[in-house]
Write a protein that binds this ligand. Structure first.
Ligand code: SF4
Length: 359
């Protein structure tokens, strides 16, 4: 992969939708580029370090009438949809949900999955027919080739086979969390995952201390170098992706959480939160969509007011460097520079992206 190859993530990904940035900077109301939904809090795994373990205990799932209403508002105006969880494919109405999303107008649909249900025919059928990409989180690889890790690889292989047999456009990605302690396993595991038949392999930082006031990334020293080593030995054409900006030590700065106008998060409890990294925290609840879900829900003064209150000094989950604060920093740079054109943005700027509607 060269530096010009399409990236999955950079802070500048939102400039693929320059017209929304221009409108936002002029103070206009905008629809987001992407909506990320926790379809269900229920999960087929029980990871020791799950950031959402408390929320999962509630076991909430978004129901079809709610989704019908939300998709009718966003589908024609918001091109990207991410279904997450919990385990999105575990929702009994997962197939109906992705079909509905297509019918309502979403252009790119991404599903984040732990891979445990990839062999289920109804899940496979829905993925193959309606979904743009499934991103499989790879677990249980740090200590050795565990049974569950190998089982996930086999399920990826079988899904790949069906994609090829049936000519589906579904793309398979895999995501691996990183920390310094796991570096020695990164290369062998990365090679196994690539060999299973994924279209791309994405590395991102493991975060810790979710139960505390300020979660942060685990130590990541040496990780970028280890990924470079993997690239050197990976089969030709392997698509290995790293959101480099999330690994940089440069602090983020923003005067309000601009990024949450471009990417919105809805929890399985029907509440719109400020971002995926703070979902289910009452202090970051922007609007309860069970109470108000009309065409103008995004621009309710209560919601906008809360976003204006959040800045880089008081956003206590900023240390995880997730997408809303990273996009907020990017927008803040545009504002500070008082210039809105791509050429004048001082951040790392890529212009070639995979899945431009999934930010
Ligand atoms: S798969 Fe994800 S949501 Fe499920 S328990 Fe593990 S970390 Fe939590």
């Amino acid at each position: 992969m060269t530096n010009d190859s399409p990236s999955i993530f950079a802070s500048s990904k939102i400039i693929a939708h320059q017209e929304r940035i221009d409108a936002y900077l002029k103070g206009k109301n905008i629809y987001p580029i992407t909506v990320e939904l926790d379809l269900t809090q229920c999960c087929t795994r029980s990871c020791h370090s799950c950031p959402y373990s408390v929320a999962r205990a509630q076991g909430k799932t978004l129901q079809l009438p709610f989704l019908e209403k939300l998709f009718a508002i966003l589908g024609p105006n918001t091109p990207g949809l991410v279904l997450s969880g919990g385990e999105a494919t575990f929702a009994p109405h997962f197939p109906e949900t992705v079909k509905l999303a297509r019918e309502k107008g979403f252009k790119e649909i991404a599903v984040i999955s732990n891979g445990t249900r990839l062999d289920i025919t109804e899940v496979q059928n829905a993925l193959l027919e309606f979904v743009t990409s499934v991103r499989i989180s790879i677990y249980d690889w740090q200590e050795g080739d565990s049974e569950s890790f190998i089982a996930t690889l086999r399920r990826i292989e079988r899904l790949r086979k069906r994609i090829e047999q049936e000519g589906s456009s579904l793309e398979i990605g895999a995501a691996m969390l990183t920390r310094t302690d796991w570096i020695s396993r990164l290369k062998p595991v990365g090679l196994q995952v690539l060999q299973a038949g994924v279209d791309w392999l994405y590395f991102h930082p493991f975060c810790v201390d979710w139960e505390t006031y300020r979660p942060v990334q685990a130590n990541q020293s040496g990780v970028l170098e280890a990924i470079e080593d993997l690239k050197k030995v990976a089969p030709a054409g392997s698509n290995i992706q790293v959101p480099v900006e999330r690994y940089l030590l440069r602090p983020l700065y923003f005067e309000n959480l601009h990024g949450s106008h471009f990417l919105i998060q809805v929890g399985a409890d029907g509440i719109n939160y400020a971002g995926p990294e703070c979902k289910y925290h009452p202090e970051y609840a922007l609007l309860d969509l069970n109470e108000y879900l009309e065409q103008d829900f995004l621009w309710q003064e209560k919601r906008l007011c809360r976003l204006r209150e959040i800045n880089s000094d008081n956003y206590r989950v900023i240390g995880t460097k997730h997408r809303p604060p990273v996009f907020s920093d990017f927008i803040e740079r545009l504002i500070q520079a008082k210039k809105w054109s791509v050429e004048n943005t001082p951040a790392i700027v890529h212009t070639n992206f995979l899945y431009p509607d999934i930010v």
